[in-house]
Design a protein around this ligand. Structure first.
Ligand code: PGA
Length: 302
């Protein structure tokens, strides 16, 4: 019987041995492994010392496996397949290949978030991505109930146990139809806006909260004639001449370019806000979420 304590093959020795057994030639195995022939012979010799029996027999110039060699060859293949299996399971556990990513973004952030997610998905096609879009209040609820990996939102509230990183600017602008009487005016004082009808987002929206805070700070009360949960609906209502709108510039890039909407030149505008990538402080980030966070910082900072 083989003296087991002496049989302590290294994975490298087994790899070399398997290669010689596959090729039935020390020369061809050494070429395949990019090693010198003496290096291959030494590895096999060490294995044979551990086993206590020859692994190959030589008949003239040809070699073949001995009975001990055949046993070791089978074991070696089993070890390799077990290790490969373990590697695959660990990969899966780490979630690189088949991981899931749950991102929730503010309604307004969806204008650029889908572009970021599309870039990430094409780099890591096996990751299943789910994107949820809701307003600021909805985002905070999702963070509270730990329902997503990461969120993209406006400034996160103080006092909550959140970790946040600024990722890009979010300028809020006042939009009007090109026929609006204020469209051609320059340097419009904020007070002038008090007489105007406004179409704004619903309560719970971060954009709305920022606008109301701004006018309150300036002691100007604007007339809100319509509230809408969608930036698209606001744009269409403003285009139809039913009031002014205040939205993130991200949402109106195309319309400003084609001239179907104009950005009013009002003092203190654009209001400068930022977008943040946010997660719960106590949430253990999955490897996929960590990858996504560094991807976002990378694409937005270059
Ligand atoms: P929202 O945007 O208006 O779509 O909620 C979030 C924010 O600006 O904080």
């Amino acid at each position: 019987m083989i003296d087991m304590p002496k049989l302590k093959p290294t994975l490298r020795q087994l790899r070399v041995f398997e290669s010689v057994a596959d090729e039935l030639s020390f020369t061809r195995a050494s070429e395949k492994l990019h090693l010198s022939q003496p290096a291959v012979s030494i590895q096999v010799k060490h294995l044979e010392e551990g086993v206590g029996l020859p692994l190959f027999e030589h008949t003239g110039k040809r070699i073949s496996l001995t009975e001990a060699g055949r046993i070791l060859y089978r074991c070696s293949q089993n070890i390799r397949s077990v290790l490969q299996d373990a590697g695959e399971q660990i990969d899966e556990l780490m979630g690189f290949q088949r991981g899931k990513l749950k991102v929730t973004v503010a309604t307004t952030a969806s204008y650029f978030a889908s572009r970021i997610l599309a870039g990430f998905a094409s780099r890591f096609p096996q990751i299943a991505i789910s994107l949820d879009v809701t307003n600021r209040e909805g985002l905070l609820e999702q963070l509270e109930s730990n329902r997503c990996d990461l969120v993209i939102m406006g400034e996160p509230p103080k006092g909550k146990r959140l970790k946040s990183m600024p990722i890009m600017e979010n300028p809020l602008v006042i939009i009007a139809s090109p026929e609006h009487p204020l469209a051609a005016r320059r340097n419009i004082p904020v007070k002038t806006l008090a007489a105007q009808a406004f179409v704004v987002r619903e309560p719970g929206s971060g954009t709305r909260a920022a606008i109301l805070r701004f006018f309150e700070g300036k002691n100007v009360s604007i007339q809100i004639t319509m509230e809408m949960t969608s930036n698209e609906a606001i744009k269409q209502t403003v285009q139809a001449g039913l009031g002014l709108g205040i939205v993130s510039r991200h949402t109106v890039e195309l319309e400003l370019e084609t001239g179907s909407l104009v950005e009013l030149d009002v003092r203190h505008f654009p209001l400068l806000r930022k977008w943040y990538l946010v997660r719960r402080e106590d949430k253990q980030m999955s490897p996929v979420a960590q990858h996504f966070a560094s991807y976002v910082l990378d694409v937005e900072n270059h």
